[in-house]
Design a protein around this ligand. Structure first.
Ligand SMILES: [Zn+2]
Length: 240
């Protein structure tokens, strides 16, 4: 059984399935990821070919398979907005993100909106390493994969917080940091790290800025997350 639905979506991927049709993977505005069969896509005159540009935002009209809700058949697609990016680094980031998004079965509407905001904005100050890292933080939060940013990850005290180590699960108090021979961090940096755990809303993205040390920590956290939960090799992260 099929039911007809409408959604705004981002085109993540399109692969031919036979000489006629293709299979598209879309991130929907409600956070779902869906696979749709695209009839006639292989025909060079196909209207779908024009509207379904990779990474663009489209309006989808489709039949959802009631028994397998993350699959269905495309009826119509309208191109709404093409992705804006100009720099090589941005291209690299986008490919990395797409590799990531392909591993999810479901995301949140929040992540969809953030993605749209990030990649359709003409203001180049928004698509920065910091705002991408911010998106990474949001993804980890969404998955509830977060180091302990509230108390010592080893003994649970919230007094005398002295350092941070991902290997030991998050923040460390002075005693535990000594025990594990982890160097103390300076108070301003520690404060900033603690703040990373409190990110809940979207600030003005053009003003998101992480210090190089924070960038390293976020990349570490995120790399760890990718390896453990998605089995993704994180070498790509090092290049951004
Ligand atoms: Zn402790």
């Amino acid at each position: 059984m099929m039911q007809e639905l409408f959604n705004q979506a981002i085109v993540l991927n399109i692969k031919p399935v036979d000489e006629n049709a293709a299979l598209g993977r879309f991130l929907l505005d409600d956070g779902r990821i869906i696979f749709l069969k695209i009839p006639g896509y292989q025909n060079p005159q196909s209207k779908h070919r024009l509207s379904l540009q990779l990474n663009s935002i489209v309006e989808l009209e489709y039949f959802q398979n009631v028994n397998f809700p993350n699959s269905g058949k495309l009826k119509r697609a309208t191109l709404e907005k093409q992705l804006v990016f100009t720099l090589d680094r941005q291209t690299h980031i986008i490919f990395l993100l797409h590799d990531l998004l392909r591993n999810y079965k479901k995301l949140s509407p929040e992540i969809y909106q953030f993605y749209v905001l990030l990649f359709t904005n003409n203001n180049e100050n928004i698509l920065t390493l910091s705002s991408i890292l911010f998106l990474f933080l949001k993804l980890i939060q969404f998955e509830n994969f977060f180091p302990n940013f509230n108390a010592c990850a080893n003994c649970q005290t919230n007094k005398n917080i002295d350092s941070f180590s991902l290997d030991h699960g998050g923040l460390l108090c002075v005693k535990c940091a000594k025990k594990f021979q982890i160097k103390s961090l300076q108070v301003p940096l520690l404060k900033k790290i603690i703040m990373l755990g409190k990110i809940t809303n979207y600030p003005d993205l053009s003003k998101v800025y992480f210090l190089p040390r924070e960038e390293i920590i976020i990349k570490e956290i995120f790399g760890n997350y990718l390896e453990i939960t998605l089995g993704i090799n994180t070498n790509q992260l090092k290049n951004i």
